[in-house]
Every structure is written in structure tokens, then in C-alpha cells.
Design a protein around this ligand. Structure first.
Ligand code: ZN
Length: 171
């Protein structure tokens, strides 16, 4: 397997989505190729950080600041009160947590010296998405060709059975 193929398969590999045979091939390659092995390690770390999103909580200091903001302004401008209430309601805390997590991963991807590899993976994902659409179109074309071939075979079979051109066959 080429390094390029490994890069394409890595995220599926780490998510345990590969078939046993493919997984074994990736395992074998990672055992011999340092570059791919380090990319796999990096990707695994990133995926771990992503998975931890829901566990990240805003710090108590940040929360108390968020709650403190509307208290002072409420009396002055009642116009903004619904907005402040909306922004500081507890239901939004997971959203702030997710944003914090996203920011951590983003800064990791942007500023980590090996972040290039991750950006490459993200590119790859996008390309794979586009690739899937392209593949669907290609499949549609292939099906059309198969149907065409099938029809051709049918005609041939009918011919040999003498069903379509019985007259010619008999001559
Ligand atoms: Zn490799």
C-alpha cells in the first residue's frame, strides 16, 4: 500500500471502520513507515481531543463573568435584557464548552508544527466528500453501461434460441 493510500484510509482506520483485510494492510504499513505512523499518532490525538468536547466545561471564573454582565446592564437598558438572558441561560453552557473545545483544536491545528498533516487530513475529508458525489455519478454511468450490456446479451441469447430472428436461424 502506498503512503497516499494510507493517508486516505487513516481516519476510517482510527474510527475502526475498515474491513479486517484493509486494517491488516494499514497495520503492516504503519509498522514499517515512520511518516505514516506519526501521522496516525497525531490524528489519533486530534480525534481524542474532539471526543472530549462534551467534557470540557467553562471555568467558574468565566461563568461568573458571563452571569455578571447582565446584572449591571439590565436596569439601564431593558432592550438588551432578553439577549443577555438568552446568552447566559444554563442551556447554552454546553455550547460555550463546545466552542472552547473547538478553539483548542483549531489553535492546535493552526499552530502545531505538525498541524500541516492534520490540515491535509481535513482537505482529504473534503475531497473524499466531493469524491463520493463523483463516484455516485460514475456508478450511475456504470449501471447504464451494465444495463446496456445486459440488454445486448439478452438479444444475443434470444437470437441463439431463435426467438427474435427465427426465420434467419432456420435458413
Ligand atoms: Zn507511509
Amino acid at each position: 500500500m502506498t503512503c497516499q493510500r494510507i493517508e486516505e484510509l487513516l481516519s476510517a482506520y482510527l474510527e475502526g471502520e475498515l474491513a479486517a483485510a484493509e486494517k491488516a494492510e494499514v497495520d503492516a504499513h504503519l509498522g514499517t513507515c515512520r511518516e505514516c505512523a506519526s501521522l496516525a499518532g497525531l490524528l489519533r490525538e486530534t480525534m481524542g481531543a474532539t471526543a472530549a468536547f462534551s467534557e470540557i466545561e467553562p471555568s467558574p471564573a468565566l461563568l461568573s463573568k458571563l452571569y455578571a454582565i447582565p446584572a449591571g446592564k439590565r436596569e439601564k437598558k431593558s432592550l438588551f435584557r432578553p439577549i443577555f438572558d438568552y446568552l447566559t441561560r444554563p442551556a447554552l453552557q454546553p455550547v460555550y464548552a463546545a466552542l472552547t473545545g473547538l478553539f483548542i483544536v483549531l489553535s492546535f491545528v493552526l499552530f502545531h508544527p505538525e498541524g500541516r498533516g492534520i490540515r491535509k487530513q481535513i482537505d482529504l475529508r473534503l475531497h473524499r466528500g466531493i469524491g463520493t458525489v463523483e463516484k455516485l455519478y460514475a456508478d450511475a454511468g456504470a449501471i447504464k453501461a451494465e444495463v446496456g450490456a445486459f440488454t445486448g446479451n439478452m438479444v444475443k441469447s434470444f437470437n441463439s434460441l431463435g426467438l427474435l430472428r427465427g426465420d434467419e436461424k432456420k435458413q
